[in-house]
Design a protein around this ligand. Structure first.
Ligand code: GTP
Ligand code: MG
Length: 320
């Protein structure tokens, strides 16, 4: 439990005897009052009812653009930020137990090497929802490492086939096996999500920042919505580690969100903090609420952008 107090507040007993001996001393870490704001800066209802409401929003979601039956969301970002973990976490929320997809790993050169799209099912063995989450290779810190800008744009435009293995020395082109020359609208990416690690936003390289900013401009030009997910928020604030309910009261999470927004060049309202399932073996209501809120923001961004799609799907294809 976290208590906010004035510095001269006294809790417990005050000894008046001249000689008092301590038999046992218990030391507790006290969260610095400066770390927490007096009230959350974004309102969230942390209730079971809210979790079910958000879950239903996702499972019943239908894209507002009628020509589309499914939406593809591409997870982009530096190696190790938690892109694959996010897919595993969303599955966990819907299956009501922590899912164990064999796609997560910590390797400095990046664990995910292929483009793989995952159907998100309403429940284990159930019907796929209208959401598909696509996992791809991470960005390296230095030039020429990880997925290139060129290949990222090829994926976004829908040219790259499922299962393609990225190779920094072999850019995607017309000769790439399975290359889609004229992708249909359902093959393109309908929202790009930048996944950034709250522990590392202050130390990402200049090269990575340039790449994120460039992508932001290029994706905007294509008329594709994009948002930022800030992962690992449990590792930057003790209160949040105890309970993600403190996420919008934590000053440090707020600062890291501001930094994440700056890195990409988006306003703060496009940044959503999440905590992926990483060490726990069962799901938790508040963690689910934060994850589902982020997904619902992504779906909303897709629907907002689709209002500006040309009405006929063929026109939409040529626009891209
Ligand atoms: N504590 C904590 N750990 C996380 C979180 N998200 C991911 N992790 C851990 O971070 C490590 C990397 O996660 P991945 O999901 O494999 O990261 P990725 O972005 O897919 O990485 P690449 O495939 O290498 O590009 C794993 O050990 C995860 O368990 C989070 O929100 N909190
Ligand atoms: Mg991965």
């Amino acid at each position: 439990m976290y208590v906010r107090s004035q510095s001269d507040d006294i809790y417990g007993d005050v000894w008046t005897e001249e000689k008092a001996y301590c038999v046992e001393v218990e030391v507790h870490r006290v969260q610095d009052a400066e770390d927490l704001l007096f009230s959350p800066w974004r309102e969230v209802s942390w209730t079971e009812k809210k979790r079910e409401e958000l879950r239903e929003n996702l499972t019943l979601y239908k894209p507002s653009f009628e020509a589309l039956s499914k939406v593809r969301v591409l997870l982009l970002g530096p190696v190790g930020a938690g892109k694959s973990s996010f897919i595993n976490s969303i599955r966990s929320v819907l299956y009501r137990r922590v899912s164990l997809l064999p796609i997560i790993g910590s390797v400095s050169e990046g664990f995910t090497k292929k483009l793989k799209c995952y159907d998100i099912r309403a429940e284990k063995g159930g019907q796929p929802t209208a959401l598909t989450l696509c996992d791809a290779m991470g960005f390296g810190d230095s030039e020429g490492t990880g997925m290139t800008l060129h290949d990222t744009l090829a994926v976004i435009k829908g040219h790259v086939p499922e299962g393609h293995k990225f190779q920094s020395e072999a850019s995607i082109n017309f000769n790439t096996p399975g290359y889609r020359q004229s992708p249909a609208m359902e093959d393109t990416v309908h929202c790009a999500v930048f996944v950034l690690d709250a522990c590392k936003v202050l130390s990402y390289s200049e090269n990575l920042e340039k790449k994120l900013k460039k992508l932001h401009r290029m994706i905007s030009d294509l008329g594709i919505p994009h948002v930022v997910l800030l992962t690992h928020v449990d590792q930057v604030c003790h209160a949040v580690q105890e309970d993600v309910q403190y996420v919008y009261t934590s000053r440090i999470v707020q600062e890291r969100m501001q930094k994440a927004a700056e890195l990409v060049g988006l306003p703060l309202s496009f940044v959503y903090p999440i905590k992926n399932y990483a060490s726990e073996v069962s799901v938790n209501c508040n963690t689910d609420i934060l994850l589902l809120s982020a997904v619902n923001q992504i779906l909303q961004a897709i629907d907002d952008a689709s209002e500006d799609y040309p009405s006929a799907p063929q026109e939409a294809e040529t626009k891209r």
